[in-house]
Write a protein that binds this ligand. Structure first.
Ligand SMILES: NC(=O)c1ccc[n+]([C@@H]2O[C@H](COP(=O)([O-])OP(=O)(O)OC[C@H]3O[C@@H](n4cnc5c(N)ncnc54)[C@H](O)[C@@H]3O)[C@@H](O)[C@H]2O)c1
Length: 355
């Protein structure tokens, strides 16, 4: 997207648990950048579901797509809702019904102290995972035969469409091109999952030919896990399917300081996209002012950059970097500040960078 000065309308779903703490703090930081954003807070989450049975209001997704430029989500999941039906309908609903097919997960180490790897420096960990978000084994297709008998059979289908595979691989190459990245690595398990893997392999080669300036590489996902720990510096852009992406992004989060530091976007280019920190609602620490707000704040910066406000996004990234350097952080990443105090420090840093 190009830089713009027109006001952008943001739908905000703080959600449940720590989402209700970290998202308001991230909004304060976003406001401090001066970017022309108008926020509409939506009460979708466990409280609403328990009060009136609503998960997504009628026409909810149509309204999100039609009336907003982006969606900013905290986390969904509440022990009072045993089935987590509200979380499933809201989050998977956005991904599937709004066709947000590209899950983008930047993985960047801000300080050596945050990484569990011995001697890892910030320059060693700076890559992006592009996860297919709408297909694979997450489509809930399958069934049981002879259920609850000793002869039970369960199947779970792995759906890979030519259209879906091609658009996520093309997205990864476009991302590399527009973000000055040099290499796209496709990861699968085509040695044993031969049909799905075969499609990914063929399409990867075809699409790669259109991007001659970008290097390509292939790794089986088990080998990639080893590589992420042994030589993360070799990684640049990784593209993979829904389940492998889900798994490797948690490993990636550990490399950058844990779930509290990780940001993500769920994107369909040209359409209303959704941005959310990677962590869940963390019920045991909710309401205690100890949750790390940086994942949400960095997610806000990602959303700003997506909307064309790259200078404002950089101000947030720089402020978070400084907070980490000066240990103005929450306890999970080595500081001693509360959620609000950490976010306030970052907000003030952003404000002073505008002066
Ligand atoms: N995208 C989402 O909304 C999302 C993602 C994952 C889990 N969930 C839901 O969240 C609930 C809890 O799930 P979980 O415990 O598996 O995952 P979680 O991410 O909520 O917590 C995992 C661990 O990380 C810690 N943690 C998470 N975020 C943190 C933060 N910002 N600061 C400090 N520590 C943080 C938690 O205290 C916990 O120890 C469940 O209902 C689950 O379904 C939602």
């Amino acid at each position: 997207m190009t830089a713009t000065t027109s006001r952008k309308r943001i739908a905000v779903v703080p959600g449940d648990g720590i989402g209700k703490e970290v998202i308001p703090q991230a909004l304060e930081v976003l406001k401090a950048t001066g970017a022309p954003l108008d926020f509409t807070i939506l009460d979708w989450g466990a409280d609403r579901y328990l009060a009136d049975g609503t998960t997504v209001p009628p026409d909810g997704f149509v309204t999100l797509s039609g009336d907003f430029d982006a969606i900013f989500v905290g986390a969904l999941g509440d022990p009072r809702v045993a089935t987590n039906i509200h979380a499933k309908e809201i989050l998977l609903g956005m991904r599937f019904k709004m066709d947000l097919f590209a899950n983008v997960r930047p993985v960047k180490l801000l300080d050596e102290s945050l990484c569990p790897l011995k001697n890892a420096q910030p320059a060693d960990i700076d890559f992006v995972v592009i996860r297919e978000n709408t297909e694979g084994v997450y489509m809930d297709m399958g069934g049981y035969f002879k259920r609850d008998t000793p002869d039970e059979v369960a199947t779970q289908e792995d759906i890979n469409t030519r259209k879906g595979v091609e658009r996520i691989i093309r997205f990864a190459f476009d991302y590399a091109r527009t973000h000055g990245r040099k290499k796209v690595l496709m990861s699968d398990k085509s040695n044993v999952m031969t049909y799905a893997g075969g499609l990914w392999q063929r399409v990867f080669k075809l699409v790669a030919a259109e991007y001659p300036e970008i290097q390509t590489q292939h790794m089986y996902v088990d080998a990639l896990c080893l590589q992420m720990v042994r030589d993360p510096r070799s990684l640049d852009v990784i593209v993979t399917n829904n389940m492998f992406g889900d798994i490797i992004t948690d490993l990636a989060a550990a490399l950058q300081g844990g779930l509290g530091m990780a940001a993500s976007g769920n994107i369909h280019p040209g359409r209303t996209s959704m941005f959310e920190p990677v962590h869940g609602s963390a019920p045991p620490i909710a309401g205690k002012n100890i949750a790390n707000p940086m994942g949400s704040i960095l997610t806000g910066a990602m959303m700003l950059a997506h909307l064309g406000f790259t200078a404002e996004a950089a101000k947030i990234d720089n402020a978070v970097f400084k907070a980490v350097q000066e240990k103005k952080t929450t306890v999970d990443v080595g500081g001693s500040l509360g959620t609000k105090e950490c976010a306030d420090w970052i907000k003030n840093q952003v404000l002073s960078s505008r002066a």
